[in-house]
Design a protein. Structure first.
Length: 90
C-alpha cells in the first residue's frame, strides 16, 4: 500500500462514505442503499478503493460484496482509519 494512493482514495466524499459503511457493518454491497450516485460512477469509486488496497471483494451470486482490509491498513498505517473515520469508525 502506498500512502498517497490510499489518501487519494479516502479523499472523495463518496468513497469515504463507502469506507465508513464497511467500517461500521463489516461489508457493503456493490450498490448500497441511500447513495444517489450513478452505477457507473459507483463502479469507478469501488475500483479506486480496490486498487488502493483498501477493499477485498467476494462474489455472492451475481452481487459483489466489499469489505475493508482493516488489519492490513492498521498494520501499514497505524491510526490512519480512526483519524480519517472519526470516533464512529475507530
Amino acid at each position: 500500500m502506498d500512502l498517497p494512493v490510499v489518501l487519494h482514495a479516502l479523499g472523495d466524499p463518496v468513497r469515504l462514505d463507502l469506507v465508513r459503511r464497511m467500517a461500521a457493518h463489516g461489508e457493503c454491497a456493490c450498490s448500497p442503499e441511500g447513495l444517489s450516485v450513478p452505477r457507473s460512477t459507483l463502479s469507478n469509486h469501488w475500483r479506486i478503493l480496490r486498487e488502493a488496497g483498501l477493499t477485498d471483494t467476494r462474489a455472492d451470486g451475481k452481487a459483489r460484496i466489499m469489505s475493508l482490509r482493516r488489519a492490513e491498513l492498521d498494520a501499514a498505517f497505524p491510526g490512519l482509519l480512526p483519524a480519517v473515520l472519526g470516533p464512529a469508525g475507530a
